[in-house]
Unconditional design. Sequence first.
Length: 153
Amino acid sequence: MSDLIVREVRGSDFAAARERADDWMGRPVGLVMHRLFFEQLGPHGVWLESDDEPVGFLLGLISVAEPDLAYVHFHIVDPARRGEGLGTRLYHEFGARAHAAGATRVRALAPLWNAPSIAFHERLGFAGDVRPDYVGPGEDRRVFERALPFENR
Ligand SMILES: CC(C)(COP(=O)(O)OP(=O)(O)OC[C@H]1O[C@@H](n2cnc3c(N)ncnc32)[C@H](O)[C@@H]1OP(=O)(O)O)[C@@H](O)C(=O)NCCC(=O)NCCS
């Protein structure tokens, strides 16, 4: 990982993310990955590149309604690069920046079908309950939260 570039998300990253996200996720990600998160909220997010190729990214923000809360909206790692700690790197980078900006907790959602995402969040020290219909009818989510900062940066 010596060549890894870690930077903010930029509006110009949208096309490259769109090209890869459905394949990386294994299903259509749809408008969850809205251009808004690149063009207007990009500087809150984290982009990982290796050999001029994207290898993962995180779309997130610091809540306007609750300024102590950082919120991860979407995050993904290239399947060819999973298990190397890149997902952890995305969260640690986001968490460090959000903490420096005043956030003391971080929230992320996981659908119940996404066992790897649930395991990932639990490994990173998140805890959370299942909330029925959280993002719409039949769309239950685990609503995970933990304190910032992360340990072991
Ligand atoms: C979830 C995801 C980001 C993890 O990325 P990653 O780079 O493989 O994660 P890391 O290597 O940092 O793993 C950290 C820990 O998470 C856990 N973990 C990661 N993937 C896991 C899996 N598939 N099953 C079980 N545990 C897993 C492991 O405990 C790991 O710790 P360890 O290395 O000490 O065992 C990646 O699987 C992914 O992109 N999934 C598809 C996108 C997605 O579902 N995003 C969430 C919804 S927005």
